[in-house]
Design a protein around this ligand. Structure first.
Ligand SMILES: Cc1cc2nc3c(=O)[nH]c(=O)nc-3n(C[C@H](O)[C@H](O)[C@H](O)COP(=O)(O)OP(=O)(O)OC[C@H]3O[C@@H](n4cnc5c(N)ncnc54)[C@H](O)[C@@H]3O)c2cc1C
Ligand code: SF4
Length: 328
């Protein structure tokens, strides 16, 4: 373990002041960052604990919800407004990790958790452009069963691991950010970057920028929404494929739809192509399958993960059928 200093921020101003120090990192529940410290993959000189910042869940003027970045994952999943108005979010959170991890993990930390690519977690023996820029990527030609089929590049094919972010992407959530000189909002779908030739730069956040909240839009149709996660074990495993979906059907026609995919892409993947293919069309299995095929047309499978293409199509189709049939 590399030595570091620790301070608990009293409020956002205090966090920003302490976070402005070179080598400082914010600390949420620590369920990812502490592992990265132990493995010496991350070596911050200062940890600024932001769990004392607001973690409340409040209604907004447009009928949405504002969730403080320090809200624990469990608190979000159990909140009555989340469970009844955004069930896709509650289900996605509960599908992740374990109860103990969810009790510790914060919304801000969940969004910024790092990939689970096994080569990334092997600083002693593997090449990884994300960990050591320019070193090369052992996943591309190595064991890549869990790697991305969408959004990858020759430099990196690591998936984004979060379940919660897939639901946030489908819901059109907006992330509130704060730095010394400004506050801004960024759609969740634009917060994470594709790897391109700089996989070590994972988000559009600037150094020292703080996530203060996540806002869910007022979206009555989200009351009919769900999340399905396909994984190797029934619990305590990251997604091979996951689907978050919101569907509104009127007289057999798709009025509106929101879909995002997890486990298959280098960032939480909003399925814009599938949504476009579905809107205004019949809410039947053939349309759902065609929409999934439209989205997966861009898939670029590697040696070990070709199965994800068909799995993503089938899971998307099945989730939409479930919602169209009245399930949620
Ligand atoms: C055994 C195990 C199994 C897991 N399984 C799953 C799973 O199936 N699905 C899933 O989605 N996740 C899973 N996870 C990951 C877990 O969800 C994350 O570790 C957790 O959400 C991270 O939240 P945290 O608050 O602990 O973040 P931390 O570890 O404290 O921080 C993570 C990152 O976020 C940054 N950060 C934290 N808060 C802020 C803020 N407010 N502003 C700016 N930066 C901030 C930190 O600097 C750090 O870079 C698993 C974790 C473990 C240990
Ligand atoms: S896929 Fe990305 S995280 Fe994994 S080894 Fe390659 S560069 Fe590193």
């Amino acid at each position: 373990m590399i030595p570091f200093t620790y301070a608990r921020a009293a409020d956002a101003e205090d966090a920003l002041r302490r976070g402005a120090v070179v080598g400082a990192r914010y600390l949420g529940g620590g369920t990812n960052l502490v592992d990265l410290l132990r493995e010496t993959i991350e070596r911050p000189g200062t940890l600024v604990d932001v769990t004392g910042l607001p973690g409340t869940i409040e209604g907004t003027a447009d009928g949405g919800l504002l969730i403080g970045a320090a809200a624990r994952n469990t608190a979000v999943a159990e909140h009555w407004a989340v469970r009844t108005r955004y069930p896709v979010l509650a289900r996605a959170i509960v599908a992740g990790a374990s109860a103990q991890v969810r009790n510790m993990a914060t919304v801000g930390g969940n969004i910024l958790q790092r990939t689970r690519c096994p080569y990334f977690y092997d600083p002693g023996g593997s090449r990884c452009n994300k960990r050591s820029p320019g070193q090369g990527c052992d996943a591309t030609d190595g064991f890549n069963r869990s790697a991305a089929i969408l959004g990858g590049s020759p430099s990196c094919v690591a998936t984004h691991p979060s379940d919660m972010c897939v639901a946030l992407a489908a819901l059109g959530a907006v992330v509130h950010l704060r730095s010394w000189d400004r506050e801004r909002t960024v759609p969740l779908t634009e917060l994470h970057r594709l790897p391109g030739d700089r996989p070590e730069i994972e988000t559009v956040l600037e150094p020292g920028e703080l996530i203060t909240a996540v806002e869910l839009p007022g979206l009555p149709l989200a009351a009919r929404s769900t999340y399905r996660k396909v994984r190797d074990r029934a619990s305590y495993a990251f997604a091979l494929v996951s689907v978050a979906a919101v569907l509104e059907v009127d007289g057999g026609t798709v009025r509106d739809v929101r879909i995002a995919l997890g486990g298959v892409a280098t960032k939480p993947w909003r399925a814009w192509q599938a949504e476009e293919a579905l809107r205004g069309g019949p809410a039947i299995e053939e349309s759902f399958r065609a929409a999934a095929e439209a989205e997966l047309a861009a898939a670029r499978p590697l040696r070990d993960n070709g199965f994800k293409v068909e799995l993503a199509k089938r899971t998307t189709t099945a989730v939409l059928e479930e919602l169209a049939g009245g399930g949620a």
